[in-house]
Design a protein around this ligand. Structure first.
Ligand code: KIV
Ligand code: NA
Length: 269
């Protein structure tokens, strides 16, 4: 079967079909995820927390992201139907156009098919520039963990009316600038629904309710392996005697059917 690409994902939104995204950081889990029907694998800078044991994503480097991307790419290409690979550009690796281009080059040459950047309208010139160089971009809005120090903790974003309006404006502006995907993290479900309806490109959610076009979770969280604080939006899929691949498949099935996330996994305004 042909590999998933950004046109495949856009067609899913156009046909109102939901799709699933999952993080992976190595070859084995990437192959299992793609074989279970996950459409996009996120090589997230969450690897700083779940693999490295850091307290935040800030210490992660571009070289580390490129290393894990290369591992994921090798496993993914052994899958019957390879997924799209999206890699996070880490903290302070895309503050200037020059940095963004160099960071994107490193992860794309390692095997990513697109990059994800955290930010709002300040990303516009960067998205335009990456697009001209052939790099698709996902813009991550809402709770952007690289800004945890500025937020004063991991908190739901867009609860105040003014902030919610600004997020809608930014989402539209980023899509207009050429962002191929948007990702909303920890925003009220009604706001995520409004943003999803306001842009043509697919919107991926995490802690953003069930109305987004796609869902993403950190692999360790949805396998019930997180020994620390488990966020409200997480569901453990490794239940009922399932193995890893069956847990991935159950996640895919529930996202596509619209049964995950449930109302209990979302946030109110
Ligand atoms: O790094 C990551 O895993 C992410 C997701 C939680 C969206 O950015
Ligand atoms: Na991330």
């Amino acid at each position: 079967m042909s590999p998933i690409n950004i046109r495949t994902l856009q067609a899913k939104k156009d046909q109102q079909e939901k799709f699933s995204v999952l993080t992976a950081y190595d070859a084995t889990f990437a192959q299992l995820a793609a074989d279970a029907g996950v459409d996009a694998i996120l090589v997230g800078d969450s690897l700083g927390m779940v693999l490295q044991g850091q307290d935040s994503t800030l210490p992660v480097t571009v070289a580390e992201m490129a290393y894990h991307t290369a591992c994921v790419a090798r496993g993914n290409r052994r899958a019957a139907r390879p997924a799209l690979i999206m890699t996070d550009l880490p903290f302070m690796s895309y503050g200037t156009l020059e940095q963004a281009l160099d960071s994107a080059r490193q992860v794309m040459q390692a095997g990513a098919h697109m990059v994800k950047l955290e930010g709002d309208d300040w990303l516009i010139p960067i998205i335009e520039s990456l697009g001209r160089q052939g790099v698709p971009v996902c813009a991550h809005l809402g709770l952007t963990p690289q800004s945890v120090n500025k937020f004063g903790g991991y908190r739901v974003q867009g609860r105040e009316q003014e902030r919610a309006e600004a997020m809608v404006r930014h989402a539209i502006a980023l899509a207009d600038a050429g962002a191929d995907l948007l990702l909303l993290e920890c925003v009220p479900s009604a706001l995520a629904e409004r943003i999803t309806a306001s842009v043509r490109v697919p919107v991926i959610g995490i802690g953003a309710g069930s109305a987004t076009d796609a869902q993403v979770l950190v692999m360790h969280d949805m396998l019930g392996l997180n020994p620390n604080h488990v966020p409200k939006f997480v569901k453990n899929f490794m239940t009922d005697g399932r193995g890893v691949k069956e847990a991935f498949a159950a996640y895919v099935q529930e996202v596509e059917a619209g049964t995950f996330p449930g109302p209990e996994h979302g946030f109110n305004a």
